[in-house]
Design a binder for this molecule. Structure first.
Ligand code: NAP
Length: 326
């Protein structure tokens, strides 16, 4: 169950070619930057997003990304493409153990966690995932997904997800789309023994959520930034301030957006099914933004505030505004 995208992807020309080099096996050196999670695991700083990657294109996108040096792929049961993602991993020739693979528990599977992970693993054709996320804090009734269960919520779901760690089917568990209020509820529950390793949330200059990021960091929870480019038809691409920074560094606006996220301390999950863009989006090694440039990008939300994924499509409120998800 997913919100509907705001628009149709906009075509942008990539003028900079990636500086990664091809090795003899026709794959590029992987991006080296990682973030350490509270489990000790290291999550690669850039992952390929796959939401809305169309069938017939996502397998190739995953293959291209892994050959271009990505070592992190983000999918979800709800994206309907786990099978193709698994095929892309195989086609790339990159060994499974070198790849960080994330998938997510869908909203109407909250009462069926054990079955849900088995289904995802079968789709992906892999014995384990590196990160299993609760996609939304919304336990939707499987018989009637327009309603939430009355006798079950995300605390119950997390209790079940914790059990997966002993099965070897998941290496790390986390959540997604949790604001401070829901996170407090989760962390203070008696059944919660494990602090989520990750909270995957919307993060881009139009929605930088400093309070939420600060809160998660204070609890040892790594934030992963989704829609880091502002998603399809991004209004960020036409901003003069970003274009100026990009121009002065010989980079694209998209690379600047991703570098900003990584330097702010979160992993970023740019989605693309376009080979040139996939390659350009991982060209973040060997250059950086200055403190002044970061401060300038931090200001963008004051004039261009927007959110890609709200909660109006769900029968339960998820985001509670200032102090919670900002
Ligand atoms: N946990 C959640 O609830 C949640 C919600 C939303 C997203 N996510 C994850 O985060 C990922 C990224 O978010 P997103 O898909 O919303 O948006 P995004 O990565 O911010 O933007 C994707 C859009 O940007 C275009 N694009 C990518 N690289 C480009 C470049 N270098 N130049 C110009 N255009 C470029 C893509 O077009 P082409 O593909 O046509 O190249 C696509 O239209 C998702 O795919 C998903 O894995 C998670």
């Amino acid at each position: 169950m997913l919100p509907v995208s705001r628009g149709i992807p906009k075509i942008q020309n990539i003028t900079n070619s990636t500086r990664h080099f091809f090795t003899k096996s026709n794959t590029m050196a992987p991006l080296t930057k990682t973030f350490k999670l509270n489990t000790g695991a290291e999550i690669p700083a850039v992952g390929l997003g796959t939401w809305q990657s169309p069938p017939g294109q996502v397998e190739k996108a995953v293959e291209v990304a892994l050959r271009a040096g990505y070592r992190h792929i983000d999918t979800a049961y709800a994206y309907g493409n786990e099978k193709e993602v698994g095929q892309g991993i195989k086609a790339s020739g990159v060994p499974r153990e070198k790849i960080w693979l994330t998938t997510k528990l869908d909203n109407d599977w909250h009462k069926h966690v054990a079955e849900a992970i088995d289904t995802s693993l079968k789709n992906l054709d892999t014995p384990y995932v590196d990160l299993y996320l609760m996609h939304w804090p919304a336990s939707l009734d499987k018989q009637n997904p327009k309603q939430v269960y009355k006798d079950w919520d995300f605390v119950d779901t997390w209790r079940e997800m914790q059990k997966l760690l002993d099965t070897g089917k998941v290496k790390n568990i986390g959540v997604s789309n949790f604001g401070v209020k829901n996170m407090e509820k989760l962390l203070s529950a008696e059944s919660t023994k494990i602090v989520p390793a990750v909270n995957q949330i919307e993060l881009h200059p139009g929605n930088p959520s400093p309070n939420l990021v600060k809160y998660c960091t204070s609890k040892g929870i790594h934030c992963s930034g989704y829609s880091p480019l502002g998603s399809s038809d991004s209004p960020l691409y036409s901003l003069d301030s970003l274009a100026k920074i990009a121009g002065s560094k010989g980079k694209t606006v998209q690379q600047v957006l991703l570098q900003w996220g990584v330097q702010k301390g979160w992993s970023v999950l740019p989605k693309s099914v376009t080979e040139e863009r996939i390659k350009a989006n991982i060209d973040l090694d060997g250059w950086s933004l200055t403190d002044e440039e970061i401060a300038q990008i931090d200001e963008v939300h004051k004039t261009h505030s927007f959110k890609v994924c709200g909660d109006s499509w769900l029968p339960v409120k998820i985001f509670f505004g200032p102090g919670d998800s900002d």
